[in-house]
Write a protein that binds this ligand. Structure first.
Ligand SMILES: [Zn+2]
Length: 88
């Protein structure tokens, strides 16, 4: 298991990342120098960042910024968890 996946799983477990399969909006763009919500590393200025906006008016509204690979890991982990919940 790579470090990013481990970090993202821990964050989901700790409630620091939501479990959200369907994202309301997602933008790709040049990094503004922020930190990745997945691995907590800086997104370098020459990298693209992927911003996910959750605008449902609820407690989880807000935006998250990811590296491309971290976004993929997060979405995969969310799908895995959603499936395991619905199978209970
Ligand atoms: Zn990251």
């Amino acid at each position: 298991m790579d470090a990013e996946r481990r970090a993202i799983r821990q964050r989901i477990d700790a409630g620091q990342l939501p479990v959200r399969v369907r994202t309301d909006k997602c933008w790709a763009g040049k990094s503004g120098g922020g930190r990745c919500s997945g691995c907590d590393e800086l997104i370098q200025a020459d990298d693209n960042e992927y911003e996910v906006v959750m605008d449902d008016g609820g407690e989880t509204s807000g935006s998250l910024v990811f590296h491309r690979q971290c976004l993929d890991i997060w979405l995969t982990e969310c799908q895995r968890r959603e499936q395991s919940v619905s199978n209970d």
